[in-house]
Design a protein. Sequence first.
Length: 223
Amino acid sequence: MDLKEAIKERHSVRAYQERAIDGETIKKLEAFVAECSREGGLNMQLILNEPEAFGGFMARYGKFSGVRNYIAAVGPKARGTEEKCGYYGEKAVLYAQTLGLNTCWAGMTYSKTKSACRVGKGEKLYIVIAVGYGKTSGHGHKSKPVKELCRFTETAPQWFTDGVEAASYAPTAMNQQKFRFYLNGSEVTAKAGIGFYTKIDLGIAKYHFEIGAGTDNFKWAGQ
């Protein structure tokens, strides 16, 4: 499937099979996560066969089960890192979907102290993403109408509408969808609302927007 299809096919999955991820798929995903990490100036890591991070009360409370593999979004303690974790994390998520894997973003329903990821000096573990073969493919979430997720002063071109629609499929903490997109000519501004993980959510939504709108059709304001 291509990325536009992956956006619509990917759903949050919390229950996973005991089935191990096959070797070739691991190689592809590890290489892609490393590439995303380099691009974003992050320290993203694919952790395999590690049940402890999702083995406690919080994971059970969040209805997670069978999670043995996850992507750890680690990065510098700096402004802008949360958005980068969302953007590049979702890039890895959609790639995993094209490989036949299921995923779920997890902000608080795992144990940071039991995570096997490496966190260097001046770094922080911001969020993790469960990954593996789900017991189901998950279910779609209810999205806000496109008109509630954007603002524009004139008639919006089709690429902008397509971008916002793609962003409406973006997973967000507690399905908040507090991001907004603003159009001014060929420039687009994306802003996060107030709430838990909204900066990470913004990064996720911006990656979706780029896929839907096509990066040749616009530029981000300030770039």
